[in-house]
Design a protein around this ligand. Structure first.
Ligand code: PGA
Length: 259
């Protein structure tokens, strides 16, 4: 049985002190479960202190972004090479990066390559905007984003990769529309179909695909129940320890029922 992956994306929220307090609260409400992997993505600034404080039996760390070159005159950036001993994962190509910072498909491809080269598992965010969805372009967007992001990735490396399907219109910061789980099933199936086309049936099964977009403690179960959905990426609700604790709890109960 695959582990359920639950990622808390704190985005650009919380000072280092507040981040430390929230981890402390997480620690109180979340019990470590063998089949559940809880990953916290705080600001880059909080990674170092949290890496010392964190109970590694319960939590893993992720960066929210990094620069694809290992070193050089890239003022203001932090490289994957600098993060390699600190984090297990790094979010790559989040829609906030694509929309606010104009990240291109090629830049995201290079970031995925740099993450893997440095032993960090990329959580690659893909998904269509509302306009693309309304124009019937969802499949094309998924296809283009996947094929470019994975361009330099071998089938062996695919086992470390996570694909987060996050339709932009469902993310709380953008339109925040509630995505119907049934519709998400189609997208998840299509993602696995794309992986199968590129790498074959085995790869399509082992690659981890998770869902993100306004996930909360009430609807998380409906997403986790979808066949082929290996977890969730949680933004706004992860800033509330009680809600996030309830999300982890739902995942645990569901796993337990399926055993
Ligand atoms: P949200 O964010 O849960 O606030 O919609 C999801 C995300 O971080 O992409």
């Amino acid at each position: 049985m695959k582990k359920t992956l639950i990622v808390a994306n704190w985005k650009m929220n919380l000072t280092t002190h507040q981040a430390s307090t929230l981890v402390h609260r997480y620690n109180q409400v979340i019990t470590g479960h063998q089949n559940i992997e809880v990953v916290i993505a705080p600001s880059t600034l909080s990674l170092q202190p949290l890496s010392i404080e964190l109970d590694r039996r319960k939590f893993r760390l992720a960066a929210q972004d990094a620069y694809p070159k290992d070193e050089g005159p890239y003022t203001g950036e932090v490289s994957f090479a600098m993060l390699r001993d600190l984090v297990h994962y790094c979010i790559v190509g989040h829609s906030a990066r694509r929309v606010y910072f104009g990240e291109s498909l090629e830049l995201i491809r290079d970031k995925v390559g740099a993450a893997v080269r440095n032993g960090i598992c990329p959580i690659i965010c893909i998904g269509e905007t509302k306009h693309e969805r309304d124009s019937g372009e969802t499949k094309q967007v998924i296809h283009d984003q996947i094929t470019t992001a994975l361009k330099n990735i071998t089938s062996d490396e695919l086992e470390t990769i996570v694909i987060a399907y996050e339709p932009v219109w469902a993310i709380s910061t953008f339109q925040g529309e509630v995505a119907k789980p049934d519709d998400m099933q189609k997208a998840i199936d299509y993602i696995r179909f794309q992986i199968k086309e590129l790498y074959g049936a085995h790869a399509a099964e082992v690659v981890r695909v998770i869902y993100g977009g306004s996930v909360n403690e009430q609807d998380v179960r409906a997403y986790l129940e979808l066949p082929g959905c290996d977890g969730v990426l949680v933004g706004a609700a992860s800033l509330n320890y009680a809600k996030f604790g309830a999300i982890v709890d739902s995942a645990y109960r569901l796993q337990h029922e399926q055993l």
